[in-house]
Design a protein around this ligand. Structure first.
Ligand SMILES: [Zn+2]
Length: 165
């Protein structure tokens, strides 16, 4: 994975494997920040033009906001900074497989490429429970790269939930 390049289906955004690895490292740092604040440890970064444009972690408890998942937060921040809703050159890198809301938001933003760490058997909508990223009935599809640094992402989540029991 480290050395392999990643491309979207249209070939519009080739990413070196080293960048994907590094971006997931930044997303994992965000997940650790979430953990330190008592939030479920999920982090995301958004790549634009080959570099990290913005990063966020889950803030559902702190904001009391059901929409405050890491992926939705990076999409909102990127849209504000770029002044556009169509994020068709973005790559979203997230530690946990997106839920239906976040997968829907990625579709709305026309994001071409999603990279995630751990699969989510309870809510994953990028291939596990549902696959909103590759449904011919919808007007957009995303290329998905799965399992990048999944062990690290999964361990953060397991430790968090074990600590709460
Ligand atoms: Zn979500």
């Amino acid at each position: 994975m480290e050395s392999r390049a990643v491309a979207s289906p249209e070939g519009s955004c080739y990413l070196p494997g080293s960048l994907v690895w590094e971006a997931m490292g930044a997303a994992l740092d965000e997940a650790r920040r979430a953990r330190a604040r008592g939030e479920v440890p999920v982090g995301a970064v958004l790549l634009w033009g080959g570099r990290i444009l913005c990063r966020a972690h889950n803030l559902r408890e702190i904001r009391g906001d059901p929409l405050a998942h890491a992926e939705c937060l990076v999409l909102g921040e990127a849209a504000r900074r770029l002044g556009r809703w169509r994020l068709d050159e973005a790559t979203v890198v997230v530690t946990l497989e997106p839920c239906p809301m976040c997968a829907g938001a990625l579709l709305q933003a026309r994001v071409p490429l999603l990279v995630y760490g751990a699969a989510d058997p309870k809510a994953g909508a990028a291939g596990t429970l549902y696959d909103l990223t590759d449904d011919p009935r919808l007007n957009h599809r995303l290329r998905v790269v799965r399992g990048v640094r999944a062990a690290e992402a999964g361990q953060l989540l397991r430790e968090f939930f074990a600590g709460r029991r």
